[in-house]
Write a protein that binds this ligand. Structure first.
Ligand SMILES: Nc1ncnc2c1ncn2[C@@H]1O[C@H](COP(=O)(O)OP(=O)(O)OP(=O)(O)O)[C@@H](O)[C@H]1O
Ligand SMILES: [Mg+2]
Length: 343
């Protein structure tokens, strides 16, 4: 199946079902949903209690009969029924009714690079269950590159690194197609997990789910010890009592060294797969960082010093994939042939 801009222009809605957040773009309206991909369910009755931000706030604070679930994992819909219920709730009654009235609702969904056929089918089934008669699948790397405003249709290399919650995807594009790309199953969640594990192992402290964010500042520190550290509060592993410890910048940087090295290695492998002319283009143009984890303080600085290339963080880093799909729907893109995604 070869996907053309013509087919995308006929779509009414663009969806990005991410491991951390779900985004929905409605043609002629723009981004209408940007919420955590989380739902909370009553396990006794099966009823949906909350979705999105409200459900995420419940995580880790629920009584036994309420379960907080994530229907998307690793960029793949793992619970189709729950993903449909979550999307139905998030788009709201008005849009849902409009979709039901449309006999030929068409949807575009971005899917991770080289997603398994089963993952592609799950994305299609999720949307058909919501009333879509036809579903177009677009590689997240192309959607994000378009959303960042990269001139993907030109005979010139552009490099994009999409740092999501569960995956990091790297690609070099030219003439509207992917020349070389790679996906690593590591993202913002792996970085947070590494910090949480470090605190558990060295300080015997269990951090609350939102406790990692202040520690990200350690990445942005300049000099060997540049960041004087911060106090974090959590639960003592053995006593179970609330306790706080002081964490310094170097330990945070050491803790996240492994996932960050994996991302750097992946960039190196993609560059090695590219013809030298394209790599030479990148020396001037540099690398574009997209995805929510691109906002990790200091990530751009670290990649700049490791690759020696200019590194830019997209203005709309977290939403650029769905906004890229949106531009294709609105017909704002010059004609180009898109990478086929086969189901
Ligand atoms: N300001 C920030 N600083 C650090 N990390 C951030 C920031 N904002 C978002 N993140 C991280 O970005 C990740 C979410 O990014 P994004 O919304 O691109 O994920 P996703 O599209 O749902 O995931 P995936 O594409 O892997 O399925 C989370 O891990 C979150 O912790
Ligand atoms: Mg994503």
């Amino acid at each position: 199946m070869t996907l053309s801009l013509d087919q995308l222009r006929r779509c009414h809605v663009a969806v990005d079902l991410g491991a951390a957040r779900t985004r929905v773009y409605l043609k002629h309206q723009g981004l209408i949903v940007d919420e955590p991909s989380v739902a909370s369910v009553n396990t006794n009755t099966g009823a949906l209690i909350a979705v999105g931000t409200l459900a995420e706030r419940m995580a880790g604070r629920t009584p036994e009969h309420i379960r907080v679930v994530r229907p998307v994992s690793g960029g793949t819909v793992v619970d189709i029924d729950m993903a449909q219920r979550m999307l139905r709730y998030l788009v709201g009654d008005k849009v849902r009714r409009a979709w039901r009235r449309k006999p030929t609702l068409r949807a575009a969904v971005c899917v991770p690079h080289e997603a398994e056929p089963l993952a592609l089918r799950a994305a299609v089934e999720t949307m058909t269950g919501l009333g879509a008669r036809r579903v177009e699948l677009v590689d997240t790397l192309i959607a994000a590159a378009v959303g960042c405003g990269l001139p993907v249709e030109q005979a010139e290399a552009t490099m994009i690194v999409v740092c999501g919650a569960a995956t990091t995807q790297v690609a070099v594009l030219s003439l509207g197609a992917i020349v070389a790309a790679e996906k690593v199953p590591l993202g913002g969640d792996a970085i947070d997990h590494a910090v949480v594990q470090h605190l558990r192992n060295t300080h015997e402290l269990v951090l609350p789910s939102q406790g990692v964010r202040p520690l990200h500042l350690a990445l942005n520190a300049s000099g060997p010890d540049g960041w004087e550290g911060t106090e974090v509060h959590g639960r003592d592993v053995s006593t179970g009592c609330a306790r706080s410890v002081r964490v310094d910048g170097r330990e945070v940087r050491d803790a996240i060294h492994t996932p960050l090295t994996a991302v750097l290695d992946s960039i190196g492998r993609v560059l090695r797969l590219c013809p030298p002319d394209l790599v030479a283009d990148l020396g001037d143009r540099g690398v574009m960082l997209a995805g929510g984890s691109a906002r990790l303080p200091g990530l751009d600085k670290m990649l700049r010093s490791a690759t020696g290339m200019p590194v830019h963080v997209a203005r709309n880093a977290d939403v650029c994939a769905v906004e890229g799909l949106g531009s294709m729907l609105e017909g704002r893109l010059k004609p180009l042939v898109l990478e086929p995604v086969t189901t």
